[in-house]
Design a protein. Structure first.
Ligand code: 9D3
Length: 244
């Protein structure tokens, strides 16, 4: 998969792509990430990428011409790219959408700044508008990293099979159960007895109930689309859950 990141801060990405899953994927030639400096597609002496909004108001808007020119060039080398605009008004990224993006060969990520991007770019050049959460960032750069990280680890061959995406949190729609490691007692804080019992059926039941309980407590809306069996539903009802 090839990512192009269109940004006025290309160096922002230097260190973040040098570690972890993304680096390994790049080294294995499964992933390529190029950063594209939007200012290289300006034509004026000051390399201007933004201007004041028509109609007045606070802040600046990203000019259409540099983004259009950058996309015009990038869409040809090689063709077939999907253009994603990172924007607070986009569709919320979730695990299912990350999985769909991981099927694609070529993505162009456009990072907005200021109050946003001239609407004509959205209308004519953008395929998908994506947000990474309901909070305000200063621009699309960190959001682009979130997309690359979430999508890269779902590309076949990027993760080892022992930690395959199947087993990940959200794959069955529940939050993960708590994990413990040695020492058994730390600062008087003990590991739950059941995990030391060697009774694998009992451990599995405890973990499932912890997952259900944590999801009910922190993210009850996830239960509406989680894969639940009769036992799960019975346990959740015992906690006070009512199906919606
Ligand atoms: C003043 C109104 N703001 C809309 C909520 C304007 C505004 C805020 C933040 C315009 C642009 C931005 C910059 N943010 C992004 O470019 C962005 C973002 C985000 O702020 N939150 C979550 N996901 C994303 S993806 C890109």
């Amino acid at each position: 998969m090839l990512f192009d990141i269109v940004t006025i801060f290309p160096h922002f990405f230097d260190s973040s792509l040098k570690d972890g899953v993304v680096r390994r994927a790049i080294e294995a030639d499964i992933l390529k990430v190029r950063t594209v400096n939007l200012r290289n597609f300006t034509t004026d002496r000051h390399r201007t990428t933004d201007d004041r909004p028509f109609g007045g108001g606070e802040g600046m808007v990203m000019k259409p011409e540099p983004i259009y020119k950058a996309l015009d060039v990038l869409k040809k080398e090689p063709p077939g790219a999907r253009v994603i605009l990172l924007s607070p008004r986009g569709k919320l990224l979730d695990q299912a959408l990350a999985g769909e993006l991981a099927q694609l060969q070529r993505l162009i990520l456009v990072c907005g700044r200021y109050e946003g991007v001239d609407e004509r770019i959205r209308e004519h050049c953008v395929d998908i508008e994506l947000s990474v959460g309901d909070y305000v960032l200063s621009g699309g750069e960190i959001a682009a990293l979130v997309v690359i990280e979430a999508v890269s680890r779902l590309i076949p061959g990027v993760l080892g099979c022992e930690s395959s995406a199947e087993k990940d949190s959200f794959s069955d729609g529940l939050l993960e159960f708590p994990q413990y490691t040695r020492p058994r007692v730390f600062n008087d804080w003990e590991v739950p007895e059941v995990l030391l019992s060697g009774d694998h059926a009992k451990i599995a039941k405890w973990r499932r109930e912890q997952s259900l309980g944590l999801t009910y407590e922190h993210r009850p809306e996830l239960l509406d689309s989680a894969r639940l069996d009769e036992k799960d539903i019975k346990y959740l009802r015992s906690l006070g859950w009512e199906e919606s």
